[in-house]
Design a protein around this ligand. Structure first.
Ligand code: TYD
Length: 143
């Protein structure tokens, strides 16, 4: 059982319907029900070529997102500027909330890893903080 220690995060349980005949399981995310925002954007990452691939390495100013490992596994590294946490993502029924001001990287991606992200807004680069020192400055200013 994962326990979230960092700020601006949380565990999201996806509704799970297991097929008793083994014809595939189903995982359901519903905006404003188990996902605590209206979903405006969905993207996924697949087909990493290297185990040492690193994704993320940024924080957001305002975006809220939920990240799910649909297949395979990866390690989600969270850092709120004070506390760090590493979560092994290998269960498609578990989403992790990535709120604003949370530095995150995804590492140790298996080759069959599929990462799904649900976001509460359209993509705009202005919401990204891609420099770690800038991130620390941002949270210290309490912006
Ligand atoms: P990036 O956010 O750096 O990926 P990750 O955090 O997974 O490592 O995005 C990679 C590139 O894709 C970057 O140039 C921005 C672009 N991008 C979009 O155009 N739209 C999107 O919705 C996202 C998530 C990224």
């Amino acid at each position: 059982m994962i326990k979230i220690k960092v700020k601006n995060s949380g565990i999201i349980k996806l509704q799970t319907i297991r097929d008793k005949d083994g014809d595939g399981d189903m995982f359901i995310a519903e905006a404003t029900k188990n996902i605590p925002f209206k979903i405006k954007r969905v993207f996924f990452i697949n087909n990493p070529k290297r185990r040492k691939s690193v994704r993320g390495s940024h924080a957001h100013k305002k975006f809220n997102q939920v990240i799910v490992c649909v297949n395979g596994s990866f390690v989600l590294n969270l850092d709120d500027g004070y506390t760090k946490q590493h979560i092994l993502m290998n269960d498609p029924s578990v989403g992790i909330m990535l709120g604003p001001k949370l530095w995150h990287t995804m590492t140790d991606l298996t080759k069959n890893c599929n990462i799904l992200v649900l976001a509460d807004d359209f993509y705009y680069e202005d919401d990204y903080i891609r420099d770690y020192d800038e991130f620390l400055e941002h949270i210290n200013k309490g912006q």
